[in-house]
Design a protein around this ligand. Structure first.
Ligand code: ZN
Length: 164
């Protein structure tokens, strides 16, 4: 008999259930899920409003407090997504943009949906408004933005609702 090892291999599947924490940012996701609030963080020294929220101001290195921003904002930069993960494949093409929400000093990267997506609809300076999933899980996918002139049509759909 040969000394050479013959590996016997069996293909199988491992399923893993796990949970993870949002840590110090948990309040952002809980308020989003329960109350459709979008929370930034306001520096206790300089007053800069960070969105997404930060525990400390990155300019002053002092703590920041939770601060509610508006559901409306302005697109700073955007693109149209044609290649994505399996989670969003049914949505392509869709927009993604840095949106500076009213009341915030920095911009949040988030999805932009439009019934008739063309670059001019999501270009810099365009106004957008947040639309929320009716079934929220406390994730970034609980909301997205739409052009302001499409807002009423989006929130009339069965799976979505407006915030404020
Ligand atoms: Zn500061």
């Amino acid at each position: 008999m040969s000394d050479k090892i013959q590996a016997h291999e069996i293909r199988d599947i491992i399923k893993i259930n796990y949970k993870y924490t949002m840590g110090g940012q948990s309040k952002f996701f809980l308020e989003l899920m329960k109350n459709k609030k979008i929370l930034g963080a306001k520096c206790t020294k300089c007053g800069k409003v960070w969105m997404p929220p930060r525990i400390h101001c990155s300019d002053c290195f002092v703590p920041a407090d939770w601060y509610e921003v508006k559901h409306t904002g302005t697109i700073e930069v955007s693109t149209i997504v044609w290649y994505t993960t399996s989670a969003f494949i049914e949505n392509i093409p869709y927009g993604t943009a840095y949106v500076r929400l009213d009341g915030a000093d920095t911009a949040l990267l988030q999805g932009i949906f439009s019934e008739n997506l063309v670059p001019s609809k999501i270009k810099k300076g365009k106004r957008v408004k947040a639309v929320f999933q009716k079934e929220r899980e406390g994730k970034m996918t609980d909301f997205f933005f739409v052009p302001e002139d499409e807002y009423e049509r989006w929130i009339s759909k069965a799976e979505f609702e407006g915030g404020e």
